[in-house]
Design a protein around this ligand. Structure first.
Ligand code: DC
Length: 228
């Protein structure tokens, strides 16, 4: 069976990373969460005081973009943690504040170019499952398998609400739904690499599917493509 790259795109909280992770584990591929890379850049900008509610100091960020080194390591529980310049920032990058910042820094062209360069380098040898917004359209336009994951905003907001409250964040369901819609709007309307389904992507609406069904759906497509 040949080694391929698998691009999985979709809205926030569509469940794309859950599918991407379990698919990668099942087939022995490397999983890369490209959203975590935008979150790490967001955290870096917040920590340096370059991002306020209304403004981003793009000049400072541009000057220091090459000081941002992002890597991934599997922890003792078998889950992947994100490292920013050698520091484990996995927990910190999952907050709502960092997520909002990530959505904002991801609209900046030089940030995207740098992260896309790093993502393409990771995929050079194939055998990668990468999830994000522009993986099938920009990062790996030649990916042998592309999946576009979708679910209604209400279903996605409920999932994100459950995740955040489980982590002890103090949010309301309405706040999370408003945030999901705001990020959808920004992700699909930004000038730089907006989220869209690649013409050759398979669409998976998982609003009413459990994890096993989704994994089986993805595995069926993987086996067809990789066996060719
Ligand atoms: O998937 P996520 O919620 O962790 O992504 C965080 C933000 O980064 C989100 O607002 C969209 C952006 N993003 C992007 O623009 N391109 C990617 N390939 C991945 C994420």
């Amino acid at each position: 069976m040949k080694k391929i790259n698998i691009a999985i795109d979709g809205f926030s909280s569509s469940g794309k990373s859950t599918i991407a992770k379990s698919l990668a584990k099942k087939i022995g591929y490397i999983y890369i969460d490209s959203g975590a890379m935008y979150r790490a850049v967001s955290l870096f900008a917040i920590r340096n005081g370059w991002m306020t509610d209304s403004d981003i100091d793009e000049k400072a960020l541009a000057l220091h973009i090459s000081d941002i080194h992002i890597s991934f390591k599997t922890n003792a529980q078998g889950q992947q943690d994100t490292y920013l310049n050698g520091e484990n920032v996995e927990k910190e990058i999952r907050s709502l504040e960092v997520a909002n910042g990530a959505s904002r820094v991801s609209t900046i062209g030089f940030v995207r170019r740098e992260l896309v360069r790093q993502q393409q380098a990771i995929g050079k040898e194939k055998g990668v499952v990468m999830d994000g917004r522009d993986i099938g359209t920009v990062v790996f336009p030649d990916a042998e398998l592309k999946i576009y994951v979708n679910a209604s905003p209400e279903v996605r907001a409920q999932r994100r609400f459950d995740e955040l409250t489980a982590k002890g964040e103090n949010v309301t369901c309405a706040e999370v739904l408003a945030n999901v819609k705001e990020r959808d709007e920004r992700d699909t309307t930004r000038a730089e690499s907006p989220l869209r389904k690649a013409a050759d992507a398979f669409e998976l609406d998982n609003s009413n599917m459990n994890m096993d069904e989704q994994l089986q759906w993805a595995l069926d497509r993987f086996h067809k493509v990789a066996a060719k």
